[in-house]
Structures are given as C-alpha cells and as structure tokens.
Ligand binder design. Structure first.
Ligand code: MGP
Ligand code: SAH
Length: 205
C-alpha cells in the first residue's frame, strides 16, 4: 500500500500500463531521482547492471545514446521492455537476461550504474548499513567487478550507508578516483544516496 500511494512518483506514466512485481515496487528508483542520475551519467553507452522493471533504464535511454539493461530475472526484463515501450525508448536499449557477475568480463561502457538488492525493506534496521550486506555479492566485490567494465561508476545505496566504506571503494581504482556523495530527496524526504566515481564526479567537470 505504501508504494501504491507513491506510484506516480515512481513512474509519471503509471496509468499508461506500467507493470511491476513485488520486488519492483520496493526497489524502483523514483522517477525524479532516476532522471537526475541519468543527466549526471549521460554518455554514449551506459550499462544498467541491475535493471529491475526499468525505472533507471528508461531515464538513461532518454538521455544517452545506448543503454544495456541487465537483470537475472526474465520477468523483470519483460516488464522493463514493456515499460520502456510506454516511454518510447525501447529502441535505444539492449535488454539482457543474465547474471551481471557472469556477463561482466564481456562488457565495456562509458558509465556503469549499480542498484543491486539491498536485502529487502529491512535494510534500515541498523543505524549504519554495511555494504557487505548487498546482494547477491558484497559491495566491494561488486565494485571491483564493475570497475573493469567502466571507468565511471554510479552506485545507488541506502540512505544509512556507512560513508567511510564509500571512500574505501574509491581506493579500489589505481590510482584512487574522485568521488561525490549525493543525497537523493523526493518531496523533502531523503530516499537514498548516489555515489559517483570517476569523471562523472562533479569536481572533475
Ligand atoms: P524505502 O525505505 O523502502 O521507502 O526505500 P520509503 O518511501 O523511503 O519509505 P519509509 O517507510 O522508509 O519512509 C526508499 C527507496 O530506496 C526506494 O524508493 C527505492 O528506490 C530504494 N530501494 C529500497 N530498497 C529496499 C531497495 C533495494 O533493495 N535495491 C535498490 N536498488 N533500491 C532499493
Ligand atoms: N534500479 C531498478 C531496480 C533494481 S532492483 C529500477 O529502478 O527499476 C535490483 C534488481 O537486481 C532486481 O530486479 C534483481 O532481479 C536484480 N539482480 C539480482 N541479482 C542480479 C545479478 N546477479 N545480475 C543481474 N541482476 C540481478
């Protein structure tokens, strides 16, 4: 019910036939945030490694030339394709059903966006969220894998994430890269945090 009330904040075209499943409801990035992230990540090729029902993928496709949308769940990819058609951008997206960790060695892009499962809506139970809790692999392993795919990484994380760990991630690049932590609000309510690593970091612009 909580997410139903937010449906137009998740997809402004919700009434045109947007399809969601249970995980999609609590994981989709609200449209105003996804739009902003897409502006920050605008580039020739963007990979959305955990595409879900397409909240981010659609916005990337509105802003970038080409998007590769990956999800291991075939139903999510079917919904993401359907939802992208509603927004008129499916022709700019390659939809891939697969495990990002298995596909990673054969992928290259300018920017990679990471919005993995956080472990369900219970992610807020601890005051500080440890990125080792990310699914299906911990945040350090995920970041290491992503770093070989693209030199720019945008990472969508819980609002209670341990900020010290975000700095540690920047040191996994050799040499360490600049990073920027951005708080994402919808109607004055803090929803999540996005961290930008590499040239997409505002300091470098
Ligand atoms: P929330 O805390 O479930 O909702 O998620 P909200 O509206 O802040 O409710 P409240 O009861 O805490 O006030 C906030 C946002 O985090 C959602 O809109 C999603 O974009 C994102 N989000 C939540 N979860 C559990 C996940 C997840 O597992 N993975 C990803 N990628 N995003 C998530
Ligand atoms: N950003 C998306 C929501 C992502 S939810 C949106 O705005 O709609 C996280 C997604 O990661 C889920 O759909 C889940 O199926 C997918 N996932 C989990 N493990 C994965 C893996 N190993 N490879 C690719 N996708 C995976």
């Amino acid at each position: 019910a909580k997410y139903w009330w937010q449906r137009y904040s998740l997809f402004s075209k919700f009434d045109e036939g947007i399809k969601m499943d249970e995980e999609g409801w609590f994981s989709v990035t609200p449209e105003v945030i996804a739009k902003h992230q897409a502006m920050r990540c605008s580039s020739p090729v963007v990979i959305d490694a955990f595409a879900g029902v397409g909240g981010n993928t659609i916005q990337f496709a509105l802003r970038s030339e080409h998007v590769i949308a990956i999800d291991k769940d075939p139903m999510k990819i079917a919904y993401a394709r359907h939802n992208a058609e509603i927004y008129g951008v499916s022709h700019r997206i390659d939809f891939v059903v697969g495990d990002f960790f298995q596909l990673a060695p054969s992928l290259k892009a300018d920017v990679i966006f990471l919005s993995p499962p956080w472990g369900g809506p219970e992610y807020l139970k601890d005051t500080s969220y440890d990125i080792s809790m990310l699914q299906p692999k911990d945040g350090f392993t995920l970041f290491n894998t992503a770093q070989r795919v693209a030199s720019n990484i945008a990472f969508y994380l819980p609002r209670n994430v341990d900020l010290e760990q975000l700095k540690e991630l920047s040191c996994l690049f050799d040499p360490p890269v600049e990073f920027e932590i951005e708080k994402n609000f919808v109607n004055d309510k803090l929803k999540a945090i996005t961290v930008y690593y590499g040239e997409i970091c505002q300091h470098d612009r």
